[in-house]
Every structure is written in C-alpha cells, then in structure tokens.
Design a protein around this ligand. Structure first.
Ligand code: MN
Length: 200
C-alpha cells in the first residue's frame, strides 16, 4: 500500500484569475506528484509502510529528512487543494466565524495576521491557521514542508487553513510579488471545508 496523489475537486483553471491554470497543473502533477513518489520511495520496506500520514508526521523527528520533507509535502498539498475552490464565499460562517472573532478581534484582524505570517516567512514555507488541543485558534508559519502536526514543530496543532508560499506556488503569475499572491488567496478559500476541519 502506498500514498496516492489525490485528484482535485475542480479544474486547473477553476481558480483563475487568482491562481492560473498552468501553475495549478505543474504544482499538482509535478510538485505534489513528486512529494508523493518520493515519500513512497522513502518508506518502502520500512516500518512506516502502511501507517497513516498523520502517524508518520507525529513521529517525524525519528525518521529521515526524506520522510520529513516529502511526508510534509504530501500532507500539506492534500490540505491546500481541499481548502481552496472556485466558489469561495469570501468569509467564514458559523462557529468558526465566532471563534475567529473572539480570538483575533475581527475577521479583518485575522486576515491581516495570517497575511503577515505568509509574507514574512523567509524563503519557502507555509502559513497556517491551527486549532490547538485546547480548541483555541493560532496563526503561525513553518519552514520548508514542515507542518504543525510534526512532533518537531515549534507550534503544534491541527491545521485548518494553510497557504503555500513556496515560489513554485506563485512565480509564473506573480514572479517575486508574494504579497499580491497572498491577497489573491482570500478569493479562493473554501470556507466550508475550513469550517469542517475546525469542527472535526
Ligand atoms: Mn507547493
């Protein structure tokens, strides 16, 4: 048994004009596909074969750099495709909206904190909205393909929203203008999926 590259629930051009079809196709087939294959190669014939990705990440400090980088890359992109979609309603609703308001003050304050985490992550990495084990919400960022499910992560929790700020996620359309890509991201968030993860 090995990990499979998931299909997207929408077409590569579905997030235009915010994220272009060519970037989506390369990102999904080449980058995510690469992490998936490399993860399978890294765990083949080891005790990690047959474990869930969450189990692998929870003890990742004990494993190779290949497992850390590709296991993170596999999980992070699975999440990324799911929390985006063509019919982003623009803002969260229900329990998640209330939790964001009570934690950050307002949706706009949350948006600005998350955008800042994404913009100031030096080099490659991810910005996250996490649900901690006590139920609280936190914004953070991680380097490379690390994520808050990893035992070695400084800030731990369950990621409910994530933004890929590797250049491969935006360079074709935005070149070095990461802040424009971050602004565009708010138009393609599938808040129903983010809420589902929050309530899990
Ligand atoms: Mn990526």
């Amino acid at each position: 048994m090995s990990f499979k590259l998931p299909e997207l629930n929408y077409d590569y051009n579905a997030l235009e004009p915010y994220i272009d079809a060519r970037t989506m196709e390369i990102h999904h087939t080449k980058h995510h596909g690469g992490y998936t294959n490399n993860l399978n190669n890294a765990i083949e014939g080891t005790p990690l074969e047959g474990k869930s990705i969450e189990e692998i990440l929870a003890s990742v400090s004990k494993h190779s750099a290949a497992v850390r980088n590709n296991g993170g890359g596999y999980y992070n992109h699975n999440l990324f495709w799911e929390i985006m979609g063509p019919n982003g309603s623009g803002v969260p609703a229900g329990e998640l909206a209330a939790a964001i308001k009570s934690t950050f003050g307002s949706f706009e304050d949350f948006k600005s904190e998350f955008s800042k985490a994404a913009a100031t992550r030096f080099g490659s990495g991810w910005a996250w909205l996490l649900k901690k084990s006590d139920g609280g919400l936190v914004v953070t960022s991680t380097p490379n393909q690390d994520n808050p499910l990893m035992d070695l992560s400084e800030v731990k929790g369950f990621p409910i929203l994530g933004l890929d700020v590797w250049e491969h996620a935006y360079y074709l359309k935005y070149q070095n203008r990461r802040p424009e890509y971050i602004d565009a991201f708010w138009n393609v968030i599938n808040w129903e999926e983010v809420s589902r993860r929050y309530s899990k």
